[in-house]
Design a protein around this ligand. Structure first.
Ligand SMILES: Cc1cc2nc3c(=O)[nH]c(=O)nc-3n(C[C@H](O)[C@H](O)[C@H](O)COP(=O)(O)OP(=O)(O)OC[C@H]3O[C@@H](n4cnc5c(N)ncnc54)[C@H](O)[C@@H]3O)c2cc1C
Length: 375
């Protein structure tokens, strides 16, 4: 069995820590922060993430029993600000769970599986880092976007409103709106994050791809403000806010074609390996799954020098096809009128509406979306 350092205890690091410890390795799980800690996110736990969580033995009943703030999500409203919008239910429940609680659930799971937790900032992983290189057989880099290649930026705020002031039918729906002010691929969201004592906590945010952001003449806070004042749903909510937290921004590392995820004894996973979905900015599912697959790469190798190549191979077979299909769809969406057209088509074609929604929540692969138009 090997001695392994997992650096970063977000969803990717906790998943790797959990699976490695369960398969008998000696794992030190290192994070610069002590848990529970905040992570800026839309807090959307998609169907694919729910499925990925089951590999760590975390099921919906554990969320319901052990997480203090969450909302079940069973449908998606997809629309264009102040224009067309469409609602589609999903067959299974996803969740919105503030990351303060979600990540702590995963961290506890990894520690209970046998990981040794340590609070330490590791700025550089290179062969001159004597402790890492001499003490550990493998180093898993799960430090998130700052060690990946940031290519998008997102910002989110928590708004508290009275639940009676929010449409009841939308209490278990994720709302996503395209808006010209966010570029062709950017979008804004309204996710219900928790309901308690008559108060509803909403996660409201926007995400933009950096190549489009650089052409905008405004910073991300101003763009967020523009969106909430332009979009009818957020505009109405603005008049009902009981309290709100300041919006906070954070970069994203969305997926790239032909990415290299290992070098020497360092294996990159999660956002450090640019595994966030390039269409939706959803990264939790692939973060958790990459923790599982990197464990398989280590366990399936008969010699230590095979591990890096095996991880690269598993990364390509498990993730690349979906990444390529998502990037093809992204490059096809060249003009903002196509977002309107997408919603228009969803309203008219039930099969297409289901396939787009299920692809967004991660329960069907992207390469099944376009063929569904033929039905
Ligand atoms: C605003 C926003 C909204 C988003 N919304 C969603 C969403 O709704 N659903 C979704 O699925 N995804 C969403 N994402 C993407 C998602 O947050 C990431 O894909 C996911 O967190 C990646 O997990 P990770 O474990 O790879 O990295 P992280 O969650 O970033 O974890 C990295 C860990 O490494 C630690 N660390 C960093 N540097 C060091 C260091 N030098 N030394 C030691 N430790 C270190 C950090 O403290 C952290 O705990 C969003 C992202 C943003 C920015």
């Amino acid at each position: 069995m090997s001695k392994i350092a997992v650096i970063g205890a977000g969803p990717a690091g906790c998943s790797a820590g959990y699976h490695l410890a369960k398969s008998g390795h000696q794992v030190t799980l290192i994070d610069k922060e002590s848990f529970p800690r905040e992570k800026i996110c839309g807090d959307g736990v998609s169907l694919q993430s729910v499925q990925a969580l089951s590999t760590m033995g975390i099921y919906p009943q554990d969320i319901k029993a052990r997480v203090s703030e969450f909302t079940p999500i069973n449908g998606l409203v997809l629309g264009v600000s102040n224009g067309n919008y469409h609602m589609q239910t999903t067959p299974l429940e996803g969740y919105c769970i503030p990351r303060f609680f979600f990540d702590n659930l995963l961290y506890e799971r990894a520690i209970n599986a046998g990981c040794i937790g340590r609070t330490q900032r590791i700025a550089n992983i290179d062969r001159y880092h004597q402790e890492l290189y001499s003490d550990f057989d493998f180093i898993i880099d799960a430090r998130g976007v700052y060690t990946g290649e940031a290519n998008a930026i997102a910002i989110r705020a928590y708004w508290i409103v009275k639940s009676e002031d929010f449409p009841e039918a939308y209490l278990s729906l994720a709302q996503i709106y395209f808006d010209r002010s966010l570029g062709i691929h950017g979008y804004g969201w309204i996710f219900p994050a928790d309901i308690k004592a008559g108060l509803l906590k909403l996660n409201v945010g926007v995400g933009i791809w950096l190549n489009e952001y650089q052409k905008m003449n405004a910073n991300i806070i101003k763009i967020f403000d523009q969106f909430v004042h332009r979009n009818q749903q957020t505009q109405e909510l603005l008049t009902k806010i009981v309290s709100k937290h300041k919006p906070k921004a954070y970069p994203l590392a969305t997926a790239l074609k032909g990415n290299r995820v290992s070098y020497g004894k360092v294996l990159k996973i999660g956002d450090a390996a640019n595994l966030t979905d390039p269409l939706t900015g959803e990264g939790i599912a692939n973060a958790i799954l990459s923790g599982l697959h990197v464990t398989q790469a280590i366990n399936m190798s008969t010699r230590p020098d095979q591990v890096a190549e095996n991880w690269q191979h598993l990364y390509e077979t498990c993730f690349e096809e979906d990444i390529r299909a998502a990037l093809r769809i992204k490059s096809f969406r060249k003009y903002s009128f196509m977002n309107n057209m997408l919603v228009w088509l969803m309203k008219r074609n039930q099969r297409f509406s289901e396939q787009v929604t299920y692809a967004i929540v991660g329960s069907v692969p992207y390469n099944e979306v376009l063929p569904s138009l033929k039905h």
